[in-house]
Design a protein around this ligand. Structure first.
Ligand SMILES: NC(=O)c1ccc[n+]([C@@H]2O[C@H](COP(=O)([O-])OP(=O)(O)OC[C@H]3O[C@@H](n4cnc5c(N)ncnc54)[C@H](O)[C@@H]3O)[C@@H](O)[C@H]2O)c1
Length: 426
């Protein structure tokens, strides 16, 4: 099938490369000329495991091309997948300007019976706006659909090749059948549903996962008051099949390109339909305060951050990505700087851009980050950080090891001579 993916950001590049690998003829389109130039040369503009190899493979077979021209990308397309960004607007609703701009730009070139499937995360009501925008410029018959994306950064290629499910929101059998055919080689479970259900399913998944993180953080706070250990609690509740052992992350709270914005957008959407005081409206507030509450506790337990040198290990919002969107480090570094600390950071892939007032230097190795440090603060569980032998960098000066995501064995760290501080445990 001829497929065009609009927006070659994170989701767009992964989707385009995977659809090409399934045997479709794919064009990736973006308004960012630099991105398209890099992609044409076979370079992925960000770090994502296995993507570079997949991209090069598909470009070799000419299954996958990139362009900045709507005229070139749209005319032959049978399926158009919109994967442009939907950041939160100042009022916290989803900012649909890129979705509507792409609808406006594609309209003059649409061929009869094309499917316009929105993969970007958007609230119910968006497809109606897309349809109105397109109809202002063309009489051609086209079909709208919702095709939400559930991949995780850091394992995006694997997730897209082996999805838990494909959710298709549509109104016509023709659309369901064609979008199922697009994914048939994946042998995935398909959920056929209405367009608002597909849109809500995406927000529901992310809001639930964000709630789960927030919930366990609230329990961790109680553990710190009563001597219980959050790791033991997670083990105990995990055996309950209704709860499960997976996806418990007590720590600094959720970050990244999706959870903060999706929770905010769903809360804003719920307010717009008169559901003001619901849980969704509290989650983001609790999460925003979370990081500072924990930093405050660590500050007290280490005797203050002023004049201390802190080795901060991990900058990206999670391992296996260089994505810095809403990464905890973007709040920790300004906070520690303000308290008068000096920060030496390390991350295998991500780069931190200093702002005014940041007392921060990024270095190339874990050893250099820890050299001369009073405190080691592990923020992201990159494998090289979690597997590092911290006894090799222990000095008289380095007293404290702060494990912000409970990824290390307290007894092992303490046997190397550090005072260990974790989350939700003494
Ligand atoms: N990143 C994730 O992990 C993830 C996962 C699931 C869903 N999503 C959703 O997918 C969507 C895309 O997210 P992303 O992280 O890939 O965003 P991104 O910011 O990495 O990429 C968006 C791309 O769209 C391009 N663009 C903007 N306006 C355009 C236009 N008019 N025409 C063509 N291209 C245009 C931008 O130049 C950019 O390259 C969002 O709605 C997001 O919520 C993201």
């Amino acid at each position: 099938m001829n497929v065009t993916v609009i927006g070659t950001g994170f989701v767009g590049v992964v989707s385009a490369a995977v659809y090409a690998s399934l045997g479709h003829q794919v064009i990736g389109l973006d308004v960012d000329e630099n991105k398209i130039k890099m992609l044409k040369q076979g370079q992925v503009p960000f770090y994502e495991p296995d993507l570079q190899e997949l991209l090069l493979e598909q470009q070799k077979t000419s299954q996958l091309e990139f362009t900045t021209s709507y005229e070139e990308a749209i005319g032959e397309a049978e399926i158009i997948i919109v994967a442009v960004g939907t950041p939160s607007a100042p009022d916290e609703t989803a900012d649909l300007r890129y979705v509507l701009a792409s609808s406006d730009s594609m309209a003059p070139y649409l061929q009869e019976n094309v499917i316009v499937a929105i993969k970007s995360t958007v609230p119910p009501g968006t497809l109606e706006k897309v349809t109105q925008t397109i109809k202002k410029k063309t009489q051609v018959k086209f079909y709208g659909a919702s095709l939400p994306e559930f991949l995780r950064e850091g394992s995006a290629v694997h997730d897209t090749l082996h999805p838990d499910r494909i959710v298709i929101g549509a109104e016509d059998n023709f659309v369901f059948e064609k979008l199922e055919k697009l994914h048939v080689k994946l042998k995935a479970s398909i959920v056929r549903c209405s367009i608002p259900s597909a849109q809500m399913a995406k927000y529901t998944a992310n809001a639930y996962l964000a709630t789960r993180i927030t919930f366990i953080n609230e329990i961790a706070n109680l553990c710190e008051k009563n001597g219980a250990n959050i790791d033991e609690i997670i083990q105990a509740i995990g055996y309950d099949k209704r709860i499960g052992p997976h996806y418990w992350y007590p720590g600094l709270g959720y970050g990244g390109s999706c959870f903060p914005k999706d929770v905010k957008e769903l809360a804003a959407y719920s307010r717009s339909v008169g559901e003001d005081g619901n849980l969704l409206n509290r989650i983001n507030e609790i999460n925003k305060a979370r990081i500072f509450r924990l930093l405050d506790r660590f500050e007290q337990e280490t005797g203050g951050f002023e004049s201390k040198t802190i080795a901060l290990l991990g900058l990206a919002f999670k391992p296996n990505t260089d994505d810095m969107r809403e990464a905890p480090s973007t709040k920790i570094i300004p906070y520690l700087s303000k308290q008068g600390a000096k920060i030496q950071s390390y991350d295998p892939m991500a780069k931190y851009q200093n702002s005014d007032g940041d007392r921060h230097t990024q270095v190339a190795t874990i050893e250099t980050a820890c050299a001369g440090a009073d405190i080691i603060m592990a923020v992201v569980e990159w494998p090289d950080i979690v597997n590092f032998d911290f006894s090799t960098v222990k000095t008289e000066q380095t007293q404290f090891f702060i494990d912000t995501r409970n990824q290390f064995s307290a007894s092992k760290i303490e046997s190397s001579g550090y005072k260990y501080l974790g989350v939700g445990k003494k």
